[in-house]
Design a protein around this ligand. Structure first.
Ligand SMILES: NC(=O)c1ccc[n+]([C@@H]2O[C@H](COP(=O)([O-])OP(=O)(O)OC[C@H]3O[C@@H](n4cnc5c(N)ncnc54)[C@H](OP(=O)(O)O)[C@@H]3O)[C@@H](O)[C@H]2O)c1
Length: 310
């Protein structure tokens, strides 16, 4: 990345993706990193402050707090949170962040991170999608549009795939209900449709590459993954690491339809089958050193074994 330093506002710094972006920009590139936090005394906020991340109290519901905290920045990373109880909140937050950014006037580049699901989301087609997926992806689309339409800055959209960490506890019980107990991984996938998986730290690496080359990546929409592999291969790799054997269960269309109201995309959303269609691993690997699923299982061996030991 170019050695020039910049001042960047990173949203969601206490979260997985925002935290990884803030850490990488501070620790490895020495950029000024700013953000707002809702609780400055949280362990996550304190750890970031110790790295030199400038934190002001604020929230995405409070535009003036964002405008204050964005003062003097030239780059912005937007990654909002999904609110299970009210998915529409995410688009309100994204629009608030962009409004604040527009009023600041000094921003030259914005990177927004949403989800690989946006690629296959047929907007307004409620028959195609599970109810929750449709709401979440609609919110993410609104955020993308807020960043890209009539924008005064260079922009790039990152659409990350499923986190590899969803296979760790406790997340695994939300993303793959019943899997740890039964050893059966039930999903909307088929034996042919590959999973696209990524580590939040690798999303951060791609974001940092994009921040370093604003002209090159302006206007690009990148699906982001560190690995693409069949369900069977993923389960075999997990089984090798945990010394158990796991079985894929490929749901029928009728079974998927019955799950339409589930909050778990893995068993409710058929378009997951297309998640890998927009992942160009060669390009992504030219941008950053990325972690394969096998590499993740190695790296997190202790947590992986802990999750599947019961
Ligand atoms: N899990 C996956 O497989 C996957 C795959 C692709 C995309 N995604 C998407 O990635 C996004 C980010 O995920 P993540 O894991 O990094 O999220 P996360 O760890 O849950 O972090 C969420 C962040 O949002 C902040 N936040 C929430 N509401 C806020 C508000 N009203 N004002 C200010 N800050 C607020 C939280 O701050 P506090 O510390 O104050 O709560 C936290 O920093 C999500 O939208 C998700 O849909 C996830």
């Amino acid at each position: 990345m170019a050695s020039q330093t910049h001042s960047v506002f990173v949203t969601g710094v206490t979260g997985n993706i925002g935290g990884a972006v803030a850490k990488l920009l501070r620790e490895q590139h020495g950029w000024d990193v700013k953000s707002t936090v809702r609780d400055p005394d949280s362990p996550g906020a304190k750890a970031l402050a110790a790295l030199g991340v400038q934190l002001l109290p604020g929230s995405w519901d409070d535009i003036p707090s964002l405008v204050d905290a964005m003062s003097g920045i030239d780059k912005l990373f937007v990654c909002t949170a999904t609110h299970v109880e009210d998915p529409g909140l995410e688009q309100v937050h994204a629009v608030n962040i962009v409004r604040a950014a527009q009023s600041v006037g000094s921003i030259k580049q914005v990177v927004i991170c949403t989800s690989v699901g946006v690629f296959s989301h047929q907007e307004g087609d409620k028959a195609q999608h599970s109810t929750f997926f449709d709401k979440v992806m609609t919110a993410k689309r609104v955020g993308e549009r807020a960043v890209t339409e009539d924008s005064p800055w260079k922009w790039t959209i990152l659409r990350p795939a499923i986190f590899m960490t969803n296979f760790l506890a406790p997340q695994v019980d939300y993303f793959s209900p019943g899997f740890r107990a039964s050893g059966v991984w039930r999903s909307t996938m088929t034996s042919e449709t590959p999973l696209a998986l990524v580590l939040p730290e690798d999303i951060a690496k791609i974001a940092v590459t994009v921040f370093g080359q604003d002209e090159k990546y302006h206007g690009r929409v990148l699906g982001v993954a560190g690995d693409v592999l069949t369900v069977e291969d993923a389960l075999t790799q997990l089984g090798d690491k945990t010394k158990r054997s796991y079985t894929p269960y490929y749901m029928s269309d009728d079974e998927i339809e019955e799950q339409k109201e589930s909050l778990c995309f893995t068993v409710a959303e058929k378009s997951l089958r297309h998640m890998a269609d927009n992942i160009d691993l060669d390009e992504l690997r030219s941008m950053a050193d990325l972690t394969s699923f096998k590499g993740f299982l190695e790296k997190q061996e202790e947590l992986v074994k802990l999750a599947y030991s019961g």
